[in-house]
Design a protein around this ligand. Sequence first.
Ligand code: UDP
Ligand code: MG
Length: 139
Amino acid sequence: MVTNRTFTMIKPDAVEKGHIGAILEKITASGFRIVAMKLTQMTASDAKTFYAIHKERPFFGELVEYMTRGPIVAAILEKDNAVEDFRTLIGATNPAEAAEGTIRKLFAASIGENAVHGSDSNENAAIEGAFHFSGREMF
Ligand code: UDP
Ligand code: MG
């Protein structure tokens, strides 16, 4: 399994606010290579599958509503230590707790509408990347 890749989404709130370019600039300036990328919109079924691990959580319904309300940018990123370094770059789930200079500190509105996704393990990076992309879409 390739372990130097992670998966990200620029979420609907950040797309709505016009932050795609600024966020991609932070990502590439931080040394990540874009392996695959597309503007797409998740269906409710997609979001429920993608976030199935959270299905018992009280925020699950709101999370599905939020993630399906508009387009997202889905991308696979490559860098040494990609999963951990990307989680550092995006910052804490709650932007109020995110470090200065992180993507969530800069662009997230709240713990729910937090601008970006980053995979939390190599295993999930592979699962999430495969959920959104087929092999011939990757470079
Ligand atoms: N989320 C939420 N309320 C919470 C925790 C999470 O709405 O109390 C949303 C938020 O959009 C978050 C996503 O659910 O990014 C997935 O939660 P997770 O704990 O996996 O955070 P992440 O891995 O995205 O930092
Ligand atoms: Mg998570």
